[in-house]
Structure formats: C-alpha cells, structure tokens
Design a protein around this ligand. Structure first.
Ligand code: ATP
Ligand code: MG
Length: 397
C-alpha cells in the first residue's frame, strides 16, 4: 500500500511513519511532506492509496485538500484533528474523510487505521492520476523594497508569455501595501476582497471571474490599495484562494507584504517554491538570515526556499555573491543585476521583460524562470573568497 503523510508537524509525521515501518517496506511504501500543496501533487505522482492528512494547522485549506484527495474513488483519506471538535469532524466527513486520528496520535491507533487501509486497498491499486496540478510560487522577504513585486510581476508575465493565455495566475497577497495593479497598469473591477468575501463557495470559475486579464495572458487577482487595511484576512481564507488557484492554473505567483506574520507563513506553507529575495547590502542580508532561520525551523529546505539576490552590481566594496551564500549558509539560486530599466518600466506600468526584453534584468529574470520551470533543484552555492570585514558586519549581532 502506498501511504502519504501530509503534516507540518514533525511529531505527527514521525509517529505515523514509525507505525508504517512496523509493517515493513514490502507492505507499505511511504512518502511524507510538510505542505498541503506538495501533498496534493505527491498524492497524484505517487498514486497514494492512503493519505494521513493533518488538519490542525490550516483547517480551511486542509478541507479543500481533503476534498481533492478524497475525490479519488479508491483512496482512503485519514484526517487528523486537534481535539474532538465535532464541527471540524463533521466537515471532514462531508469532505470525504473516512477515518480519523485524534491528536496527539497514538501508535496503536495509527496501526489500526493502517491495517484497515491494507484490507481496503484493492490489488489493482489506484487508477491513473486525473487533472494536472499547478505550482504555487511565493515571492517573499521580510525586508521592504528589495524587489518582490518587480520580480513577482515579471515572473508572471514571462511564464504567461511562454505558456499562453489563462494558464498563469498572480495573486497580490500584499495585504497592507498592494502594488501589483499599478505595476502592471491594470484597472481591476473585482479584487482579492471579493474572493475573500466568497471564499467558502469559491471555485475555479468564480475565481477566474474575479481576476483581471493582463496583455501577457496572465490572470491577476489584485488587491486594492484604497483602504487595504479595511479587510481582515485570515489564513484559511487566503489558503483556500491559493488552493483553488493551484488546481486551475499551471502556475500561481503570489506577492507578499514584507513581514514574517502567521498569514505569510500560512501562505508559504502552501508554496511549492518560496523565492526569498534579498540584496547584497548588509541590512537586507541580516534580514534574509533571520528569515532563513525561521523558515528552516518551519522545516523548509533548499528544494523549497530559493534565494534570489536582486540589484546586484559589481563595484569595489559591494558584497560579492560567494560571500552572500557563505554568510547566509544557503545556496544562491539566481542573481539579478541592478538595471535602471526595472524602474523605467515600473514607472510606465509595464513589465521590464516586455518593455525591455533585451535588458540585463529581463535576461536574468528569463534565466530564473527557466530554472523554475525546469524545477531543477538549487545546487550548492559558491562558498569561497571571503571578505573578513564585510563578514564581521554581517555576523556581528
Ligand atoms: N534589479 C533592479 N534594478 C534596479 N531597480 C530595481 C531592480 N529591482 C527592483 N527595482 C526597483 O526597486 C524598487 C522597489 O521594487 P519593488 O516595489 O518590486 O520592491 P518590493 O520588495 O516589492 O517593495 P515592498 O516591500 O514595498 O512591497 C522599484 O522602483 C523597482 O523598480
Ligand atoms: Mg511590493
């Protein structure tokens, strides 16, 4: 039997994993993931027959994931909930959960559920995977002004130019200072707040109706800069919107507000790729170092967090890239050069990849998109050639 464990909690993953190992590899083959988004993808790739899905972190998005996982007729979805919350339990049953594991999970209960799974799984196993799943790319930094929106908009446009109309979505999840609509010169009639208001009954068609088309072929769910604070976002609401987008588009690019909030962490929890944007200047690098520390604690590794150094230029006294990688102890996925065309394009409400396709920055972004689409993992970053003085600055806190 193919078992998939989806949980952000290490203890949950370990307990279920230990119970699986008691059956031996010939009986149970196993995959684990800490993210709901990746869980949906893995379930199809791996053709999981039993999914142990932890619903404690992100209930609304978890319910949606549960419904998608349970739509497969021969798959047993086991939902795990915090306490005997009858409301959550009833919703999980309606969404398709057939078994429950109360938390903290007990080894013998997991064992019993697995035995049941083994009895239920037919010898023929599950059928071929159905619909495609998109990838969620979150562009993040807790430092303001490092180029997140520039990058998110240009990646979106570049992807849409490659893939064609209606296959790439962008969501402006910058809850406090949204900037995507002006940067792409869009005049939306409907906004993120409309999707949030309707989030319980949101589906792919509704979401598309709320999005604004960009000339590139991308669809954008913009956030209004008029009174952006007038709306209280909850993690479940944004999570649900992202998961609906993920199951209707090939790529979903998300711009964020620069803060390490629980909202942003919930958004990143759903991401397949997190682009952590920084600059080769000391304050930005210190912030990136802190972000990496927190994200690492959340269990994310280099296959998920891709470090992008923006506004790079070569001059004496600037921090070289090898020192960035060394100091942050993280591989550098991409380096984007400083290029005034980025600002000129932004002032014209046009993506630089469209307005100045031959510019340095457009070429750098193109290369980054190639890497993302090829989904090749980040290689080890260069680690030689250290400047003691700059290193002292970076580490001296
Ligand atoms: N590689 C680059 N070269 C030159 N200018 C750049 C580059 N990348 C971004 N910029 C410029 O830097 C400014 C800030 O960029 P942007 O708005 O994308 O940052 P941000 O991280 O989204 O900011 P915020 O945190 O406020 O949302 C913009 O004027 C943009 O044109
Ligand atoms: Mg921004």
């Amino acid at each position: 039997m193919r078992v998939l464990i989806v949980s952000a909690q290490e203890l949950f993953r370990q307990t279920v994993q230990a119970a699986c190992l008691r059956f031996g590899e010939s009986m149970i083959s196993l995959r684990t993931t800490d993210s709901l988004g990746q869980g949906l993808e893995l379930a199809e790739q791996f053709q999981a027959e039993l999914v142990a899905l932890d619903l404690t972190r992100n209930v609304e998005a978890g319910m949606l994931a549960l419904a998608q996982l349970a739509a497969h007729p021969s798959r047993l979805v086991v939902a795990s909930i915090d306490k005997a919350s009858t409301d959550v339990m009833a919703r999980a049953v309606r969404a398709g959960a057939r078994e429950f594991l109360a938390q903290p999970v007990q080894d013998d209960e997991v064992h019993a559920v697995l035995r049941k799974g083994l009895r239920l799984v037919t010898p023929a196993g599950v059928e071929a995977p159905p619909a495609r799943r998109g990838r969620i790319l979150v562009v993040f930094s807790s430092k303001g002004g490092v180029g997140k929106t520039t990058l998110a908009c240009n990646i979106t446009v570049r992807l849409a130019q490659r893939l064609g109309e209606g296959r790439v979505a962008m969501i402006d999840a910058n809850t406090q200072a949204p900037n995507v609509a002006p940067m792409l010169d869009l005049r939306p009639e409907r906004w993120l707040r409309d999707a949030v208001e309707q989030y319980r009954r949101l589906d792919g068609d509704m979401l598309r109706q709320m999005m604004t088309p960009h000339d590139s072929g991308a669809l954008v769910l913009a956030h209004s800069s008029d009174n952006p604070l007038g709306l209280d976002f909850e993690e479940d609401q944004l999570g649900k919107i992202l998961l609906v987008a993920k199951s209707h588009f090939d790529h979903v690019v998300v711009d964020t507000f620069p803060v390490l909030s629980s909202l942003n962490l919930a958004v990143m929890d759903l991401a397949d790729d997190i682009l952590l944007v920084t600059e080769p200047v000391v304050p930005a690098l210190r912030s990136a170092r802190y972000n990496l520390q927190v994200l690492r604690q959340a269990g994310y590794g280099p296959e998920r967090i891709r470090l992008v150094v923006n506004r790079f230029s070569r001059f004496s006294g600037n921090v070289p890239i090898d020192l960035v990688a060394d100091t942050l102890e993280w591989p550098v996925e991409a380096v984007l050069n400083y290029d005034v065309n980025a600002t000129i394009a932004a002032n014209n409400g046009r993506p630089v990849v469209d307005m100045f396709p031959e510019s340095l920055i457009a070429r750098d972004i193109g290369q980054l998109v190639d890497t993302l689409v090829g989904a090749s993992p980040a290689g080890p970053g260069p680690r030689a050639g250290l400047g003691d003085r700059i290193r002292r600055f970076l580490r001296g806190y």
